[in-house]
Design a protein around this ligand. Sequence first.
Ligand code: 2P0
Length: 339
Amino acid sequence: MTAKAVAEANTNIALVKYWGKNDDHFNLPAVPSLSLTLAGLRTRTEVSFEADLASDRLLLNEHEVTGEPLAKVSRHLDRVMRDLGVAARASALVRSHNNFPTAAGLASSASAFAALSVAAAGALRPGFVLDDAARRRLAVLARQGSGSAARSLYGGVVVLGTGTPGQVDSARASQVLRETDWPELRLVIGVASESAKDTGSTDGMKHTAATSPYFAPFVAAAPADLRQAMTAVQSRDLEALGHVAERSALRMHASALAADPAVVYLRGATIEGLHALRALRRRGIAAFFTCDAGPHPKALTHARDADAVAAALAAVPGVLRTIIAAPGPGARLIEDSGP
Ligand code: 2P0
């Protein structure tokens, strides 16, 4: 017997950054974060439980994946199963496909674990409906797979709260604006070349928390960043939101740079990208820098300026190409084959 379901989830970019955990076991964030879910950058995942399969299999962009990534997926399927009160499951074939290039380092655990959570629930529970309550619950589960994944359950602008140590459901994701509420918002990504493999975000944030004297100040500043970002979002104030976003990203990287040894995601193209955006601002174009656990400079801007911002980032040495993304939708079930 086979039970399968397909789900899609879009990636998201934090404007107030999540960096650091206050509970490793339940993967609870040390700080609140605020993100924008992006249109057009999505993971599509099919989960198929198959009685004649000896063990779980993971195909990522058609390539077989084994080792720790597969083990993480298996643990996540078990987590969703337990939460649904399902006693046992067959082995699963998980086929996941990103419509954005994995090689460029844009592959996101956020869209991956969001899509996996929804597809797993759809396959495990015949007639599963992704209503508000199910979405809330799956966001808690997705967060345990990867913190940022909780935010991809929702479209538009999303907040993920800080966790209380020991309480698995204490860090909740919630939608602040639907994707249609501020349709002019744009996130421009400067895809930068990568040489050596970066430190993964989980390792980078744990090392930062353990060794950086700037980590505590970063955590202390986060609630005010969130408050100011929320006010800016409510009043659709791009300048105010962009100001907080740039500050939050640079403080996150400052804390990582002060780790011992330093965690350095910034490259030449990243810093030149920041300067290019500041130069645009001096010409009256609202464009604000952000950057995650990789070298790509990213910009928050308005739809009318997105092409100019993309051109400015494309002119930065080391930026190979640019992607312009509008606010996108939350995770969704595409089909299910339950009886
Ligand atoms: C964010 N990042 O808020 C921050 C900013 C990267 C930089 O969330 O350990 O892959 O799996 O919970 O979600 C990336 O971290 O980390 C991330 P885990 P995750 O978007």
